[in-house]
Design a protein around this ligand. Structure first.
Ligand SMILES: Cc1cc2nc3c(=O)[nH]c(=O)nc-3n(C[C@H](O)[C@H](O)[C@H](O)COP(=O)(O)OP(=O)(O)OC[C@H]3O[C@@H](n4cnc5c(N)ncnc54)[C@H](O)[C@@H]3O)c2cc1C
Length: 303
């Protein structure tokens, strides 16, 4: 994975005009933010390596990998999601606040198209756009192994035990499911997105698991970070400062939403109120208008 992505990106870099030329930049994470940043940095002439599933980062920017020799980079970008390893290594543990709900995605082969069922504190959607089966449930914070799918399946089954509608049928299909993912709905809290030569981007810096705008933030963040590095030449500290200033204000769009509370309200009344928003065109329109307003509340510089 390292070689494939790095070769592709380095190919792009060599074809581009050299502006941030000479800078060797490691981007950890190849989902939304990482590749978007790599594309812009490569266009500006930087030498970019993107890794997916890198193991440990040592102090500074001397990097060790699981299957290849250590290398040294000028800058390291943590675009490795809400549970960022780069953030943990460079900024220490913490920074992620649990918001009171969990979600799970599973491919369970259940009949049904775009049907959502709610009861207080629990939601199941079948045949929706996110996954074949999508669960959101309220819970106290749970302690579990993030890499143990069987343990997580058990947590999910416990959380939905006694549920109505087709929940018993759905739960029966959970244990053998090969494609299963469970995580908390959480938000990242960090004041400064950079430390020395390490900078955070996308969910790693301002993620809010299901806030509805994480992809937009990741792409805008990538554009701004690459543009500021390009503009500042080799002064990465000035670039990181300006990136943090610009994105800190804009990322507020992600700070107040809690999709868990919206998708799986804890009370019957909460479910009724939520449904009202969808039924009344004016309320839904107002929600969309507000979302649009927040999403466009940044004056993007031309770099
Ligand atoms: C169920 C669900 C629905 C969503 N719906 C929407 C939506 O409708 N609209 C929207 O805008 N946003 C939505 N989001 C949020 C959106 O997916 C994220 O905000 C977005 O993916 C963030 O992109 P990212 O690149 O910063 O991080 P991520 O997408 O989390 O990617 C991080 C990448 O880093 C990799 N990685 C992790 N650890 C390491 C490591 N140690 N070394 C190297 N690589 C590593 C991961 O494998 C992954 O590829 C949704 C999220 C979820 C969970």
């Amino acid at each position: 994975m390292i070689a494939t992505v790095a070769a592709a990106v380095e190919g792009l870099a060599s074809a581009a005009p050299a502006n941030v030329s000479g800078l060797k930049i490691l981007v950890s994470g190849a989902s939304i933010a990482g590749p978007a940043l790599a594309l812009w940095l490569a266009r500006y002439g930087a030498s970019v390596t993107v890794v997916e599933k890198a193991p440990t980062l040592r102090a500074g920017v001397h990097v060790t990998f699981a299957g290849t020799a250590p290398r040294t980079f000028d800058l390291v970008v943590g675009a490795d999601g809400i549970h960022s390893n780069v953030r943990r290594l460079a900024f220490g543990p913490g920074h992620v606040r649990f918001l009171g709900h969990y979600y799970a995605l599973a491919d369970l082969d259940i009949d049904g198209e775009g049907v959502t069922y709610n009861e207080p504190g629990r939601m199941v959607a079948v045949g929706g756009p996110k996954a074949q089966t999508f669960f959101v449930f309220a819970s106290p914070e749970l302690s579990y192994d993030r890499y143990d799918a069987d343990q997580q399946k058990k947590l999910l089954i416990d959380a939905y035990r006694g549920g109505g509608w087709r929940i018993p049928e759905i739960l029966a299909k959970v244990p053998p499911s090969p494609d299963f993912y469970l995580d908390s709905i959480s938000r990242v809290h960090i004041d400064d997105y950079a430390k020395g030569r390490v900078v955070l981007l996308g969910d790693a810096a301002y993620g809010n698991t299901l806030g509805g705008f994480g992809t937009g933030l990741a792409v805008v963040g990538a554009y701004v970070l690459a543009g500021e590095l390009h503009r500042a030449g080799n002064d990465h500290l000035a670039a990181f400062r300006r990136y943090t200033e610009l994105m800190r204000g804009y990322a507020k769009v992600n700070k107040n939403g809690n999709a868990g509370a919206f998708l799986a309200p804890r009370t019957k009344r909460g479910i009724r109120m939520r449904n009202l928003v969808f039924r009344r065109a004016a309320l839904f329109g107002a929600m969309m208008w507000l979302t649009d307003r927040f999403a466009t509340s940044i004056d993007l510089p031309e770099y």
